[in-house]
Design a protein around this ligand. Sequence first.
Ligand code: SF4
Length: 216
Amino acid sequence: MTKKERFAFVIDYFEHHAPNAETELIYDNPYQLLVAVILSAQCTDKRVNMTTPAIFAQYPDVEALSRATFDDLFPLIKSISYPNNKTKHLIGMARMVMEDFHGEIPSTVPELVKLPGVGRKTANVITSVVYQQPNMAVDTHVFRVSARLGLTTNAKTPLQTEQQLLQYIPEEKVHIAHHWLILHGRYICLARSPKCGECGLRPVCKYYKTLVKTGM
Ligand code: SF4
């Protein structure tokens, strides 16, 4: 099977089984999504969704957040991972958006990565989800699932995974493909015990082929 055929199978499978895949983070506007994605580093979307309503009630927009103090914001974030850093990042992000971007959440990856707490993955999520740009955010799920399926070959870094995926996924499907791979990794292709018995991608999965060969 060629790589092109493998991609075609995977895309066709997800188009039939997850035609409406989207982020599980709850948000109403770019500001809220940016806050949620910054908070989601090393944390589950479920936990973030439990945390953000109180933050958005107290800080309804980026201007309000830019005026927050560490001691005001920290109690709202303390139940999630890395609360110290995330509190600093959120306030720093809001202040930079106000000072350098006229209060508008930037819409390009090079601008977004200037903000505290925003790396390439977060910038790709924002530009893809909010602005529908063909950018592939690679998190641990996308990295693992792509490698197991054989969509990537010897990718050592998220950037290599991103570049290999973008070679084969049609531009108009990059946005949804990100969610397909994340959700598949979150619910089926689990890190420690992938549920291969429930997975419709077995016919093309390199990892599964190895399991069968070795009798595991
Ligand atoms: S067959 Fe197994 S390893 Fe392959 S994608 Fe499906 S769950 Fe993951």
